[in-house]
Design a protein around this ligand. Structure first.
Ligand code: DGL
Length: 273
């Protein structure tokens, strides 16, 4: 490949998709780590949540999400959505014509490294927890780690509403996390894009001394490795261009999104699928 063509490829954006707004936590982690990588984000806000849906439906949506990003000429696809990563990563790999990275392996690996007592908790949507994707991956890495899982469906709408420091969120977090607290876990995987948004309430609910693993932040390492492996890092020193597309415009997408990202989002485009 000539160096001109290589530069052209390297400047292409990384495509990131999620069922809604939560994947912006992954964009935040990626942008912090790779400030010169252009990113195209797609949030399927018309069909969120994916978590309570059947694997079959999520797999259909995942194929369409990949098709949308492929149309944006991305050089890599990051599956920010833990639900898709749990039940449809093979669909993404099959449809994407570029390398792809999911959330499960990086989150599981980070938890196995972090735990000292070998008692790890995982919280996620019902599709993620029922798939046992985290449990199986952790067992493959270290069969001696005990895993305790809990479905926390209400966290998604609370995060979409931006109720980060609301009393209701504190109460629900305590209720959801009590069984994991009782199991004396020392590490908790936030196995859903939306959960880092509620980090304070989750920290209060699970109690002191439990390490929280943000699977999106953990995935940034794997993205870095994949960029290097395929020789597609953007060597430019220009500020990155971040573009946001959604399948429906929820009233507060940019307001809440800017809070998650810690920066202005610019125009939010309505995706034509
Ligand atoms: N993005 C989903 C996940 O990470 C959470 C929201 C949903 O249920 O669609 O699992």
């Amino acid at each position: 490949m000539t160096s001109g063509r290589k530069t052209e490829l390297n400047r292409k954006p990384i495509g990131v998709f999620d069922s809604g707004i939560g994947g912006l936590t992954v964009v935040r982690a990626l942008h912090k780590r790779f400030p010169h990588e252009n990113i195209v984000y797609f949030g399927d806000t018309a069909r969120v949540p994916y978590g309570p849906k059947s694997p079959q439906v999520v797999r259909e949506y995942a194929a369409q999400d990949v098709e949308f990003l492929t149309g944006k000429d991305v050089k890599m696809i990051v599956v920010a959505c833990n639900t898709v990563s749990s039940v449809a990563l093979d669909v993404v790999t099959k449809h994407a014509k570029v390398p792809s990275v999911g959330m499960i392996f990086p989150g599981a690996e980070a938890a196995v490294h972090a735990t000292k007592t070998r008692r790890v908790g995982v919280i996620g949507t019902s599709a993620t927890i029922n798939s046992k994707a985290y449990v199986n991956t952790i067992r493959q890495i270290d069969p001696d780690v005990q895993v305790f899982s809990r479905v926390c469906p209400l966290f998604v709408p609370l995060a979409e509403e931006g109720w980060t420091d609301h009393k209701a969120t504190e109460i629900i977090a305590r209720e959801y996390l009590f069984p994991l607290k009782r199991e004396r876990i020392d590490t908790l995987i936030l196995g859903c894009t939306h959960y880092p948004i509620l980090e304070d309430a989750i920290r209060n609910g699970i109690g002191e001394g439990v390490e929280l693993i943000d699977s999106g932040a953990a995935a940034a390492n794997e993205v870095g490795n994949a960029l290097k492996k395929h020789g597609i890092e953007n060597g430019s020193s220009e500020a990155a261009n971040l573009q946001f597309h959604v399948s429906d415009i929820p009233a507060r997408f940019s307001e809440i999104g800017e809070r998650f990202l810690g920066r202005k989002m610019g125009r939010i485009r309505k995706a034509v699928m």
